[in-house]
Design a protein around this ligand. Structure first.
Ligand code: ADP
Length: 458
């Protein structure tokens, strides 16, 4: 029993089949009851009226004749039916009865039709006083009706069983066939692991719920594969960037061990290089930590912020730091809902790039404007520009257009800026002309935030 229960619990197909068969059987049983009850009612009603007609016939015959013969056999045989027992009383004495009585004795009964038991058999009986001391009693055995109902019940039970059995077998086969792809899906899902993320579930058959499930699963695998690949690339790039300064530190360490302590020049050079490499590592680790924090969707401390003030602050800082690049800024009062520290970091990364990837005596402009429900900060430079084919990869983590360039950073600045701006419900767009310059535009929803659906989309 427990094994059967386990089997049912483990099979949706069997559960569904049993469930629907139970519903079918209940419906059939209810229909059967209605049919038997209806037939019983109709047959009893018919027998009732037969009895009443028979009594009336006897009464009419007696009333129509001047000198009626009460013991005339035709009087009680007039109903012409073997299923009616008719007997005539005169002053309480039976003086005539139909020939089909045999040994049966019907008790005297004066009243409307009612069922009684005679020799264990159900009989309908009625009696009527028709005057002059004459009393007519008619009975009808229900044997034929009971037999008919018994045969009908047997037939219905047989049909119910047959229909349920048929529904069970055909239902189980069709449910098992329909749910077949689910087994394939389960097998495939079990097979797939991180080393097999390029596997897909074959899509075939009608576009039903199972097809959609397999399709959704394939899409999820696609996303997982992409995520897993970029995670691997990320780890590889981070390790590579950490390895370089570590190798520098190690080689200068070896140098120091051998001669550095005695050679002042080597000692100084080593200290400087090790310090540079350590700073670079520290910067990378800080950037990585910050990126991890931003990616974990931190709670942002949103405040109403005038971006004019932020642009002026960063513009002045950039002017002070850039030596042969002219930095200008121009902003109007524009309010956004933002975390000041995060926004400063995102904007600074773009301004820093505009200076870093500029030409000798180039220029950088920071301009703010309003576009629909968005405040836009444009950072325009007259620098080296970016080739069009690499623009789509620009915001990927660790992506550098020219990774061999020593002055280049880790390729995390743009990725970080984009994450931050997206956390604020905005976006960053870039346009560039190779060797002529680039324009990075930060879009931020203007304060107060627009009602959803009202020009709030980029
Ligand atoms: P990095 O720390 O290397 O600057 P970023 O993510 O900030 O990393 O930038 C990614 C790459 O995009 C840079 O290596 C650089 O090649 C390119 N880039 C970014 N900003 C500019 C710009 N204003 N002009 C030209 N190239 C740029």
């Amino acid at each position: 029993m427990k094994r059967f229960r386990d089997y049912i619990d483990g099979s949706i197909g069997l559960r569904l089949t049993l469930y629907y068969c139970a519903i079918l059987l209940t419906t059939l049983v209810l229909c059967g009851f209605v049919v038997i009850f209806g037939m019983n009612f109709a047959l009893t009603k018919e027998a009732n009226s037969k009895i009443r007609v028979a009594i009336l016939n006897v009464q009419n015959t007696l009333q129509n004749e001047e000198n009626p013969n009460l013991s005339d056999p035709e009087l009680v045989d007039q109903a012409g039916s073997l299923e009616l027992w008719i007997q005539v009383y005169k002053n309480g004495e039976i003086i005539n009865k139909s020939p089909n009585f045999g040994n049966i004795k019907i008790p005297y009964y004066d009243g409307p039709v009612k069922p009684i038991l005679i020799n264990g058999q159900e009989v309908l009986v009625s009696g009527k006083d028709i005057g002059d001391g004459v009393f007519v009693e008619v009975a009808h055995p229900l044997k034929r009706e009971k037999h008919f109902l018994a045969v009908l019940s047997g037939l219905l039970i047989f049909l119910m069983m047959g229909a349920t059995l048929f529904a069970m077998v055909s239902g189980y086969i069709s449910v098992t066939n329909t749910l077949g792809p689910l087994a394939i899906l389960t097998r495939k899902v079990k097979e797939i692991n991180t080393g097999k993320l390029d596997e897909r579930i074959p899509l075939s058959g009608p576009k039903d719920e199972l097809y959609l499930l397999a399709q959704a699963f394939n899409e999820m695998l696609e996303r997982l594969e992409k995520g897993f690949k970029s995670q691997q690339e990320f780890v590889a790039a981070a390790s590579h960037d950490l390895r370089t300064p570590l190798a520098v530190i190690k080689s200068y360490n070896d140098l120091l061990k051998r001669w550095g302590k005695d050679d002042k020049k080597i000692l100084e050079e080593s200290i400087q290089t090790i310090s540079g490499a350590t700073q670079r590592m520290e910067r990378l680790v800080n950037d990585l930590l910050f990126l991890a924090r931003v990616e974990s969707k931190p709670r942002i401390n949103f405040v109403k912020l005038n971006i004019k003030e932020l642009i002026e602050e960063i513009g002045k800082e950039a002017q002070a730091l850039s030596q042969n690049i002219s930095v200008t800024f121009n902003s109007c009062d524009l309010f956004v809902n933002a975390d000041e520290d995060y926004l400063r970091r995102a904007l600074w990364a773009l301004v820093d790039n505009a200076i870093k990837y500029n030409k000798e005596n180039g220029e950088v402009k920071i301009i703010s404007r309003q576009e629909g429900n968005f405040a836009v900060i444009d950072i325009i430079d007259s620098g080296i520009g970016i080739k069009e084919d690499v623009l789509p990869r620009l915001f990927e983590k660790f992506y550098r257009v020219d990774s061999s360039r020593q002055s280049a950073g880790f390729g995390l600045g743009l990725a970080l800026s984009k994450e931050i701006i997206q956390l604020h419900g905005g976006d960053i767009r870039v346009t560039s002309r190779y060797k002529e310059g680039s324009k990075f535009s930060i879009y931020l929803p203007i304060y107060p935030p627009a009602i959803k659906g009202k020009n709030a989309t980029l």
